[in-house]
Design a protein around this ligand. Structure first.
Ligand SMILES: [Zn+2]
Length: 356
């Protein structure tokens, strides 16, 4: 029997190679392998023609076909490794969290942005004003010992002024009385003790923070409220320095048309003491219902640091003098934004909060 049509092994090989190389994924490669090397492939067909050849020719062509198949199989294996690596890195890329991604708002359901609470905004603005005036910002613990909250502030046990503070006690007596601080004034004691220990007097500091009293919430009181405490300790500090600082803060924070007024008052830890009023922010002093037609609103208290407080902290009142003040941050927010009822600040009504 003679060869009517000799096998074109080169054409066979280039066809198989083209089919394999055309695969762009491991799934496509599996299909290409079936097409190029499977039972119905041209290569398998060529094997089946071997029987028609004479023996020596059959061996030669058979060996060449075998080698061709081996080359195609190793090509397929190499292509598979390449495609697997590509697919792995594509999967990793797809899994990566892009934290810088810009979310495009859908106008049918607009994205609602969160914002800072009006009390936080007021606290930040207050801090900015005092920092610009040269004050440092300090902090203290919210649960205090009796010493820091009362005794060092010239309120020994059974002092009648303790009755002014409806306190939340956490521990009574043994080993120590612990109270949720009723004001930010304990931070004064901590600042003075630390400055004496480190030899870093004078002090110019403000301490904003949360305070707690057993008040029933009403339009102008909350059981948890925010105060900012101020303390200046230096040589030759006078009441005039206190009044000037309060006035500078008032105009800087509320605006040039709002001023301060100090009225005589009493606090155990300051002597003399004063209540601190500001021009009514609603009528600007003309008189209205909110200010009971006085044109003034009460914001907080202040005074010259009592010598007994200095002595409790180990500071010589003959050498040093100073002033302290404290006022409500919630009250500041209320007056700055003319909020009629303070309870709105803690109700978390988004319709209210979204206005700030
Ligand atoms: Zn008014």
């Amino acid at each position: 029997m003679t060869n009517a049509r000799p096998l074109d092994l080169d054409a066979l090989e280039s066809t198989a190679e083209r089919v394999l190389r055309a695969a762009t994924s491991t799934a496509e490669l599996a299909e290409a392998e079936t097409a190029a090397l499977g039972k119905r492939s041209e290569l398998a067909g060529a094997h089946r023609t071997l029987g028609a050849l004479d023996e020596s020719e059959r061996r030669r062509v058979g060996r060449e076909l075998h080698e061709l198949r081996e080359r195609m199989e190793s090509l397929a294996a190499a292509l598979r490794l390449e495609l697997q690596a590509k697919e792995r890195s594509a999967a990793l890329e797809a899994d990566r969290l892009d934290l810088s991604e810009v979310v495009v708002a859908d106008l049918r359901s607009p994205i609602v942005r969160g914002r800072t609470h009006p009390v936080t905004q007021s606290r930040d603005a207050l801090e900015d004003v005092f920092v610009a005036m040269g004050f440092k910002v300090a902090e203290g613990p919210e649960a205090e010992t009796d010493w820091y909250n009362f005794e060092a502030l010239n309120m020994p046990p059974s002092h009648p002024a303790r009755g002014m503070y409806d306190s939340f006690f956490l521990e009574l007596g043994e080993p120590e009385t612990i109270v949720l601080r009723t004001h930010t004034s304990p931070v004064q004691i901590r600042l003075m003790e630390a400055a004496v220990a480190a030899g870093t007097l004078p002090i110019h500091a403000v301490a904003p923070g949360r305070c707690f009293r057993r008040d029933t919430a009403d339009a102008s009181h909350l059981p948890v409220f925010h105060q900012v405490e101020g303390l200046v300790v230096d040589r030759k500090i006078t009441f005039g320095d206190l009044a000037g600082t309060i006035e500078a803060f008032t105009t800087a924070y509320f605006g040039p048309e709002v001023h301060s007024r100090l009225r005589p008052s009493y606090f155990p830890f300051t002597e003399p003491s004063a209540e601190y009023d500001i021009t009514c922010t609603i009528c600007l002093g003309a008189g209205c219902r909110t200010c009971s037609n006085t044109g003034w609103l009460e914001l907080g208290g202040c005074g010259m640091v009592d010598p007994a407080v200095f002595m409790a902290c180990g500071i010589d009142p003959a050498e040093w003098s100073g002033f302290a003040f404290g006022f409500g941050i919630d009250r500041c927010a209320q007056m700055r934004h003319q909020i009629p009822d303070m309870r709105a600040l803690v109700e978390n009504d988004l319709r209210f909060l979204a206005q700030f």
